[in-house]
Design a protein around this ligand. Sequence first.
Ligand code: UD1
Length: 351
Amino acid sequence: MRFASIVGARPQFVKVALVSKILRQQHEELIIHTGQHYDYALSTQFFNELAIPEPDYYLGCGSASHAVQTARMLIALEEVLTKERIDWVIVYGDTNSTLAAALVAAKLHIPIAHIEAGLRSFNRAMPEEINRIVTDHLASRLFCPTETARQQANREGLFQGVEFVGDVMYDMLLQMQSKLDDRINLLLPELHIASQKYVLTTVHRAVNTDDSTATNAIAQALNKIEMPVIFPMHPRTRACLQSYNIQLKKHIQVIEPVGYLDMLALQRAAYRIITDSGGIQKEAFLQGVPCVTLRDETEWMETVQLGWNVLVGTQWQRILEALARPAPQPARQNPFGQGDAAIRIVQSWQR
Ligand code: UD1
């Protein structure tokens, strides 16, 4: 069969790296990069590091308002998918690239497989929530990373093609295990930090960067932390801090966005993680690092229920209180599958 995997943003590159490798053992695959992420640190770095095949199409859609960005993708994707003979379109997660790909494929009557289906934050003010709902309801195969996600899809009337397979990010993390210690030993001295003696933070969600009150409160909390803070900074966050004229204190080391292995290494050795990223909340749990999430809701409720994640929104007092809580008991269950999600996804086309 001939697949088109459509990706555009950083976390999608990590997921396609693994699925594509397995898919290509039996099928033909085109990779289409919408260009939603275009900076080296957010895009090419991942293709190089994870040895992802060069995209067959790079659409260069870039940054813009949601409407303009999505519209550019719709036009460009329709052109490609009309020209190529494609049996299935594979989309990942919940970005504008996911939404655009799903819309185009559905209108061209190409079946859609959605990897990371069934997740909900139940907050429709998040662009990602809209993207997920629409994509799930257009997809013919919904590969759910957790049992909760599968049940949610069922609650929305989706049954056919819905399957709990586990999370491909967990598969990926397992594959990187053997490299992590060496990477930690190299990276920490470079950054002049010691294992368990720093906090890792990332902030990039629109809700936290486009509202100066939220950004200020987060910065205030970070400024009060009494240990080094490592802050790989998304370009939009850098721009927002500058435009709001927010100063970060010296114990906060702002660095460029890091690659996948470095991010896992920084997570693993951190004392605590503060983030608004979905993927990092999950990785923190899987790596046994307590996480403080700068949101009021999460798609990964299991991490909260098992005690490894606290949702704090953006009040600086709550951020610091959550940071100070003791580490929870090791989790006895892993809701993210067996580490074979990518294999199970590809096998679903053999049945
Ligand atoms: C997108 C996803 C988000 C995901 C994230 C992963 C949507 C609505 N959001 O958010 O769900 O968690 O990717 O990282 O799809 N920018 C650059 N360089 C780039 C790309 C973006 O500087 O290579 C800046 C631009 O100022 C741009 C802003 O970041 O306007 C936001 O870009 P956007 O495409 O909305 O994506 P993310 O915020 O990264």
